[in-house]
Design a protein around this ligand. Structure first.
Ligand SMILES: NC(=O)c1ccc[n+]([C@@H]2O[C@H](COP(=O)([O-])OP(=O)(O)OC[C@H]3O[C@@H](n4cnc5c(N)ncnc54)[C@H](OP(=O)(O)O)[C@@H]3O)[C@@H](O)[C@H]2O)c1
Length: 272
């Protein structure tokens, strides 16, 4: 793909991976960005940061758990840009901890953000890109948690597996059309999502967000089918295919359980 002077919509552009991909799309790839999220002040800060470099940024606030706001975000993106060349559907939320802690409302919000909004937006964006005949593309941000079951992020892992199957299936359906669809599956990243103390014992595994974003955009630009960033995660995902079924997940379960247990003990000792 060639992003220069073209418009790309990035959801979840207020923080973490989405913010960094939006920044790099503008700064390093010459794209103009429609930046979607709920926190307007952060989107305005991105606009202020990129505009001196000649990059146009249109902040669009939307709560992606609400279908009418998803639809209106797409409409506002079209109005402001005059037409999109791409979309990075990145917004997502997780729950890290015992499965019983995720209440029904929390699960509904996760499903709406991670799954429903992505299906809705891709259903709107893909026909638009095909009609424009510019050979644009969409990238769905899934996770390594979508490639193997991840205990202690059980619901999240399910939503991300949906994206892998959905995205990779569409890749086949879209062959021969003037559009591409890439599914990006990173492992742990240093972002707001992993900033809580439950991740304290796991920080060594987290990839710097700028490196992860660069790799993701490289996969997007090359129109990859399924892109996993970093050597360690590439090896882990390859091992997944050859190891006995529960092997990778039981390693993750042991590590996550130990991390949650260490935090519980530390809190019990300090009385907090
Ligand atoms: N961090 C990791 O270890 C990791 C690993 C693999 C994959 N991923 C995936 O990478 C993507 C980005 O995650 P991140 O780590 O960058 O997390 P993050 O720093 O928490 O950012 C999440 C982004 O999603 C947006 N968002 C969340 N709920 C939303 C809603 N209801 N409506 C609109 N926007 C919403 C947030 O914006 P507002 O709050 O401003 O609305 C924010 O910009 C997610 O899909 C995640 O699953 C993350």
């Amino acid at each position: 793909m060639d992003f220069r002077g073209r418009w790309v919509m990035v959801t979840g552009a207020s923080s973490g991976l989405g913010l960094e991909m939006a920044r790099q799309l503008g700064r390093d790839h010459g794209a103009n960005v429609v930046a979607v999220a709920r926190r307007l002040e952060r989107l305005e800060a991105l606009k202020e940061e990129l505009e001196p470099a000649g990059v146009q940024v249109v902040p669009v606030t939307a709560d992606l758990t609400r279908q009418e706001e998803v639809d209106s975000a797409f409409e506002r993106a079209l109005d402001a840009s005059g037409g999109l060349y791409g979309a990075v559907l990145n917004a997502g939320v997780t729950h890290f901890g015992d499965w019983r802690e995720l209440d029904w409302d929390g699960f509904q919000r996760m499903l709406a953000t991670n799954v429903t909004s992505v299906v809705r937006l891709s259903s709107l964006v893909l026909p638009h890109l095909i009609e424009r005949r510019e050979n644009g593309g969409v990238m769905l941000v899934s996770s390594m948690a979508g490639l193997a079951p991840v205990p202690y992020q059980a619901a999240y892992s399910g939503t991300k597996a949906f994206l892998v199957h959905y995205g990779c299936s569409l890749w086949h359906e879209l062959r021969g059309e003037q559009v591409s669809l890439t599914t990006f599956a990173p492992g742990g990243i240093q972002t707001e999502m992993t900033s809580g103390d439950r991740f304290d014992a796991l920080r060594g595994w987290l990839m710097p967000v700028d490196r992860c974003a660069r790799s993701g955009l490289d996969g997007y630009r090359k129109r990859k089918y399924l892109h996993v960033p970093g050597v360690v995660y590439k090896v882990l995902s390859a091992l997944n295919g050859v190891a006995p079924e529960p092997f990778a997940s039981s390693r993750v379960a042991a590590q996550y359980r130990a991390s949650l247990e260490a935090l519980r003990r530390a809190k019990a000792e300090s009385g907090s």
